[in-house]
Design a protein around this ligand. Structure first.
Ligand code: NAP
Length: 249
């Protein structure tokens, strides 16, 4: 058995950058072999795998589109065969296509739901097949504060992220008897490429609405993922936990 095969397997979707990359680094430091999923940014995912390895951790890039269920099934099954059953799944991959409802195009709605909601469902279904046999596992969804409080111009994104909350509460009930826990993190405004597109004026407006008065970092999300993945959170399932600086209480 290789050295990496002894480490429990964690899959992080959308791990090539932003919040996902930070979660991957943290889980590797916690002792997991981390599968770094990406959709197009192979170079970034490879670079991250190399950095993790240089730091003494274990990781591999795994490209697939979370919105394609056949790809998801094939890749997650292959990972399980190579490393043992998935111990931790973090559904982090996400996109946002913003715009007012009156201008919302069918294809943008479909794409948002396909990646942010259906993608997380496909990955959860594939990974929990393995967790059910192992009778343990932790699934962590990265939703959004927007799914809880709504935001003008983000109705499709909010629908997907709110849908993820309902999905996760349901499967938390379905899978609890197998000791599989399912929890949802709802980040507020976190500094990444996704929020990098905001203008300074928009950022100042956001900061005025955040009681703690600063934007979060990907590490703030990774710290909670680390806890929810670990046995320290063994009695926590079906929960929605905000990491938002008090933006939504
Ligand atoms: P980001 O910097 O835009 O990164 C998105 C990641 O998702 C990338 O790794 C990207 O891969 C991957 N991805 C996109 N579509 C994919 C697909 N179809 N299949 C597989 N991977 C795909 O995003 P982020 O800001 O880190 O956000 C991460 C998650 O947190 C998202 O779900 C987002 O909705 C949520 N969130 C973010 C914020 C925030 O303020 N940033 C707030 C609340 C919630 P490639 O690099 O290959 O394109």
């Amino acid at each position: 058995m290789s050295e990496t095969a002894k480490k429990p397997l964690a899959i992080v979707t959308g791990a090539s950058r932003g919040i996902g990359a930070s979660i991957a680094r943290r889980l590797a430091a916690d002792g997991y072999h981390v599968a770094l999923n990406y959709s197009s940014n192979e170079a970034k995912a490879r670079e991250l795998a190399d950095q993790i390895q240089a730091d003494g951790g274990s990781a591999e890039p795994v490209g697939f589109n979370v919105a394609e269920s056949a790809q998801v099934d094939e890749k997650i099954e292959a990972l399980g065969k190579a490393h043992g059953p998935v111990a931790v799944l973090v559904n982090n991959a996400g996109i946002t296509i913003d715009g007012l409802l009156m201008r919302l195009k069918d294809e943008d709605l479909d794409k948002t739901l396909a990646v942010d909601l259906k993608g997380a469902i496909y990955c959860t279904r594939a990974a929990t097949r393995q967790m059910m046999r192992a009778r343990k596992g932790s699934v962590i969804q990265i939703s959004s504060v927007i799914g809880e409080m709504g935001n003008a111009g983000q109705s499709a994104y909010a629908a997907a992220k709110a849908g993820l909350i309902g999905f996760s509460k349901s499967i938390a009930k379905e899978l609890a008897s197998r000791q599989i826990r399912v929890n949802t993190i709802t980040p507020g405004f976190i500094e990444t490429d996704m929020t990098g597109a905001l203008t300074n004026e928009q950022k100042e407006g956001i900061l005025r609405s955040v009681p703690l008065g600063f934007l979060g970092t990907p590490e703030d999300i990774a710290a909670l993922v680390s806890f929810l993945a670990s046995p320290s959170s063994r009695y926590i399932t079906g929960q929605v936990i905000g990491v938002n600086g008090g933006l939504y209480i």
